[in-house]
Design a protein around this ligand. Structure first.
Ligand SMILES: Nc1ncnc2c1ncn2[C@@H]1O[C@H](COP(=O)(O)OP(=O)(O)OP(=O)(O)O)[C@@H](O)[C@H]1O
Ligand SMILES: NC(=O)c1ccc[n+]([C@@H]2O[C@H](COP(=O)(O)O)[C@@H](O)[C@H]2O)c1
Length: 446
């Protein structure tokens, strides 16, 4: 549960040489996940961030100064609600953020009212109705890794399936190592590593939202349906309660140096996460960077890595109208137990908590045994950054734990419907978890 298992672990509070995190100026979209004032909850979430101009007004008054004044006031008002950060890659312009009727104001120029960054002349609507989710076939221009579309050619049988019962052919059940079309698999070493971006949106599909990438850090030994569900729950909560558009989502399995009981080797855990994402999801990805590091990497630095890949190297994401690039907010997705570990002494460095909660933010899925809301109230740093924390209620309660899955495997019990079939088959093929010596008491306390 904590990095104190790492052989080179030194309590952050007593370690003066702790590797520094990125300066906040390099983290572009640090606006809170929740609206800054309660009054914002009264606004419809699909209301444009910049003002909309009614068709009626535009058609009849597009040269009148009164109309311009009204609109400019609106702009000031709206800007006040979602404050701009001076560090953003590029400020939002109204052409990025207009509502879907923004073609109706394409002839209006309100630059004469000190809003020099706002130019409504730009034709933002050319791509208005397009859905710009990147196709799996389209690789990012920065993405030099190889996708391997391998249609099944030989009809081999799966040994563990064919021992008993009818033979199953690979055209009936895909080979575990066969990469579905358009999918980018992670390499097994740092030298060949490249950041996975095959399911990272290249362009915003909405003009009234801010871009967001979700990152879940953990052991994933093995990945379960609960881990996958966490992202779906987060997506629903973000759509319902915030002004952010999720443009990508990643599992980041911890490296072998974490030394937690029950940790299968990193390349197995990465591959199981990849199988789960490939076979059950159309938007989740796995990044092996953390798992390939020669030593344990603190979560704050893992989030910095995502910021570097997405905002610094790729310069964020293209706005919907294609005219500017926007800084992407990056958030940690975690269960209530992980968040509660933030209150334990010597597990997290205070500056890391400030960095994670202040500059990135946290999506917390409630978990049995953890009272996230009370914890939020009692923890000073959490409370300070509460606007940057979204607590996600599990409406259908699910408490699958990897620890119990490992115990079931060890006892030769079924784990069907707790994790994807592809992951179960991978575990069987590689004989994972059967010989584990994890103390059963520890397992049952989970
Ligand atoms: N049932 C659950 N409800 C909410 N969050 C969960 C649940 N299971 C795991 N998580 C969260 O998923 C992330 C990764 O978890 P991890 O890999 O440690 O899974 P785990 O099932 O807790 O594993 P283990 O049993 O080995 O400790 C953590 O943030 C953890 O809090
Ligand atoms: N100081 C830190 O950065 C810190 C402390 C505790 C856990 N963590 C992370 O939280 C996750 C915990 O995963 P488990 O629930 O599987 O133990 C891991 O990714 C681990 O690296 C980070």
């Amino acid at each position: 549960m904590d990095p104190t298992h790492a052989p080179d672990f030194q309590p952050p509070s007593t370690n003066p040489e702790i590797e520094p995190t990125l300066p906040p100026t390099l983290i572009p979209n640090r606006r809170p996940i929740q609206p800054p004032v309660l009054a914002d909850y009264l606004n419809a979430l699909d209301k444009p961030i910049e003002p909309s101009v009614s068709k009626h007004r535009l058609e009849n008054k597009n040269n009148s100064s009164s109309c311009i004044n009204i609109n400019s006031n609106n702009i000031k008002h709206m800007k006040h609600k979602i404050p701009k950060q001076p560090t953003e890659l590029e400020p939002f312009s109204s052409s990025d953020e207009g509502d879907d009727n923004s073609n109706q104001r394409s002839n209006i120029n309100i630059n004469n009212n000190n809003n020099s960054n706002i130019d409504l002349i730009e034709d933002s609507l050319l791509i208005d109705s397009e859905s710009i989710i990147s196709s799996p076939k389209v690789q990012s221009q920065h993405d030099d890794s190889i996708s391997i579309p391998t249609p099944p050619t030989n009809h081999r049988t799966h040994s563990f399936l064919s021992d008993k019962g009818p033979k199953v052919h690979s055209y009936q059940i895909a080979d575990l190592e066969e990469v579905p079309h358009g999918i980018q698999r992670q390499s097994k070493n740092l030298k060949d590593y490249s950041f996975p971006s095959h399911r990272l949106k290249q362009q915003m599909t909405t003009s009234n939202k801010f871009p967001l990438v979700i990152v879940a850090c953990g052991s994933f030994s093995p990945i379960t349906y609960l881990h996958l569900r966490m992202f779906e729950m987060a997506l629903d909560a973000i759509r319902e309660q915030t002004r952010f558009e999720v443009i990508g989502a990643y599992f980041s399995p911890v490296s072998d140096n974490y030394r937690k009981p029950g940790l299968a080797s990193a390349h197995h855990r990465v591959r199981m996460c990849e199988l789960a994402c490939e076979r059950t999801s159309s938007w989740l990805m796995v990044d092996a960077w953390e798992s390939l590091q020669p030593k344990y990497t603190r979560t704050a630095l893992v989030l910095d890595h995502f910021n570097e890949e997405i905002n610094i190297k790729r310069n964020g994401i293209l706005s919907k109208n294609g005219n500017s690039r926007l800084g992407v907010k990056i958030m940690l997705l975690a269960g209530g137990d992980l968040i509660e570990s933030m209150g334990e002494p010597n597990v997290w460095a205070e500056q890391d908590l400030q960095h994670i909660l202040g500059n990135y933010g946290c999506l917390i899925v409630e978990r049995t045994g953890s009272d996230v809301r009370s914890f939020l109230l009692s923890h000073d740093i959490m409370y300070e950054h509460r606007k940057n924390i979204l607590v996600i209620k599990q409406l259908i309660y699910n408490d699958i734990s990897s620890t119990k899955v490992r115990l079931f495997l060890r006892r030769n019990m079924s784990v069907q419907y707790l994790l994807p079939n592809s992951v179960i088959r991978y575990i069987q093929e590689h004989g994972l978890y059967v010989d584990e010596k994890e103390p059963v008491k520890l397992v049952l306390n989970k």
